[in-house]
Design a protein around this ligand. Structure first.
Ligand code: HEC
Length: 127
């Protein structure tokens, strides 16, 4: 029994450490947003109309030119030139762009934390 518990502990530790490594990787494997769903994120991107201002690969009709294209977003080093590109920072930007960069043309859209995490999962997967 004890050995089994130690094994389970090791497996959990490996999964957690693995996820942590992925989330800071600069290139190659996508940054993982733990517990979030890229598919749900894509649905939320459509819901909030992000495509009216951004070109977003894989999202029908997302060809806006007001904001920068989000092509290969998972490979970018920074977000809006202000924050390093990590899932947490992306969630922060999506929820409150004006808090990060007062005066930016990107509006605060009232995105919830869960929705922003799913959207971040979709965008960080764009390679
Ligand atoms: C009214 C137009 C508009 C809408 C709607 C909009 N954005 Fe933006 N977005 C912008 C602009 C403009 C910028 C550039 C901000 C800056 O650098 O000051 C931007 C920047 C960004 C960036 C950083 C891009 C980069 O190159 O670093 C991301 C990511 C982003 N938006 C995601 C989203 C998501 C996700 C949504 C939907 C929830 C959304 N935006 C809705 C206008 C918009």
């Amino acid at each position: 029994m004890r050995a089994v518990r130690v094994m389970v502990g090791l497996v959990v530790a490996m999964v957690v450490l693995g996820a942590a490594c992925h989330s800071t990787a600069r290139t190659g494997t996508p940054r993982v947003v733990v517990g979030a769903s890229p598919d749900v994120g894509k649905d939320r991107i459509v819901h909030y109309g992000c495509g009216a201002c951004h070109e977003i690969p894989g999202v029908k009709g997302a060809e806006g030119l007001v904001g920068p294209p989000l092509t290969k977003f998972g490979k970018r080093g920074t977000i809006a030139g202000e924050l390093s590109n990590t899932p947490d920072n992306l969630v922060r930007w999506i929820r409150d762009p004006h808090g990060v960069e007062p005066g930016t043309d990107m509006p605060n859209l009232g995105v919830t934390n869960d929705e922003a995490r799913n959207i971040a999962a979709y965008l960080e997967n764009l390679q």
